[in-house]
Design a protein around this ligand. Structure first.
Ligand code: KG4
Ligand code: ZN
Length: 343
């Protein structure tokens, strides 16, 4: 299946949400290209991703982004060994566009097609550019749509240990940012505002959900921020915020610290429960510097290893997709051309 010499070259395509991404990865490790066309500017004025607009933007960006990824990787399409695509979960219209492009390329160049799960690809982001795979470990995936802990025993073998019962961590960042009048997307805005604030200014209650729970809940925290900022009662949602820049920074820092405490605490709990000495993190929120620093500190104090992907592999990208797909091809787990997208 692989070309006679050289690495196995997989083209990855990712269009599950609001970034149009394509990448070429060699042997599941070497990132030969990683191209991302972000739609952040398009969605900013709506304060969130508008699915129909996302689909239209993917249509415009897909072909140039794939062409750019092949060119940067110095890999003509005929030299590809497989084409991988995220086919679940995500915005259905957006997923279908990437899937159609991937099927077309796989069919045209007569190479295997691989359908990849978006969350599983976020876990794999921490494996890129490494000589050895980091399994077994605990994987903490924190993104705009997911907050989950897994016991990971291989690149394609993950057992769910716990997940959010309501809002995802990234979603909480985005909603609290909107509440504070900070720019979309909320995660990076809160992180920036928090740099000038005190994490101890407001003691938000940590949602631990019991001493052994590995589940998460962030909607109560979001409401606590709302009450803190606008006061209680039915009127709170409509009332305007009148915070000074310093107060905004303090609330941002205190909120961020609360989320980080819970994410770090539960990741450590999970590592102990599974008896593993490695913790991997992935997803957009894994780009948060405070979370990265605290994870590193806590892990070090407990003698655990922590795997933090570089920032560009935390948020949505296709390198993690192409890298993961290598292992599916090796295992013969390829897809047919009737592969479907699942929201
Ligand atoms: O993984 P991702 O790019 O897309 C999804 O699969 O959802 O994650 C996007 C999420 C958004 O909610 C965004 O606010 C959050 O990740 N995010 C951050 C940071 N950068 C992105 N949250 C906290 N701190 C950051 N630096
Ligand atoms: Zn994602």
């Amino acid at each position: 299946m692989t070309a006679a010499q050289g690495p196995m070259r997989v083209l990855g395509i990712e269009t599950s949400c609001d970034e149009t991404c394509a990448a070429v990865v060699g042997d599941g490790r070497r990132v030969l290209s990683n191209v991302i066309a972000s739609q952040v500017e398009i969605h900013r004025k709506f304060g969130g991703v508008v699915p129909e607009i996302a689909s239209r933007a993917h249509i415009e960006a897909l072909i140039p982004v794939v062409a750019e990824a092949l060119e940067q990787a110095e890999t003509p399409a005929v030299a590809l060994d497989a084409v991988a695509v995220v086919n679940r979960p995500g915005l259905i219209g957006s997923l279908l566009l990437g899937l159609t492009a991937a099927k077309t390329l796989a069919w045209l160049h007569e190479v295997p097609l691989v359908g990849v799960d978006h969350i599983e690809s976020h876990i794999y982001a921490a494996c890129l550019e490494r000589e050895r795979l980091p399994f077994p470990c605990v994987s903490l995936i924190v993104s705009g749509g997911h907050t989950s802990l897994y016991h990971s025993e291989g690149p394609t073998a993950h057992t769910l240990l716990g997940a959010t019962t309501d809002d995802a961590a990234g979603e909480a960042f985005d909603k609290v940012a909107a509440l504070l009048g900070l720019e979309y997307p909320g995660g990076p805005s809160i992180e920036r505002a928090a740099e000038r604030g005190s994490p101890r200014a407001v003691e938000f209650t940590r949602p631990w959900l019991g001493a052994d729970s590995l589940d998460f809940s962030f909607s109560g925290l979001k409401t606590a921020v709302l009450y803190h900022v606008r006061g209680k009662g039915a009127e709170a949602k409509r009332r305007a915020t009148h915070l000074s820049a310093q107060e905004t920074a303090d609330v941002a820092a205190s909120f961020q610290e609360c989320v980080v405490d819970v994410l770090v605490g539960k990741a450590m709990r999970a590592a102990e429960a599974c008896g593993v000495d490695r913790i991997l993190i992935g997803g957009g929120v894994a780009a948060n510097r405070r979370l990265r620093a605290r994870l590193r500190e806590e892990a070090e104090s407990l003698g655990l290893e922590v795997l933090l992907p570089p920032l560009e592999y935390c948020t949505d990208n296709a390198a993690m997709v192409a890298g993961l797909a290598y292992h599916y091809v090796e295992a013969g787990r390829t897809a047919d051309l009737d592969l479907e997208a699942r929201a």
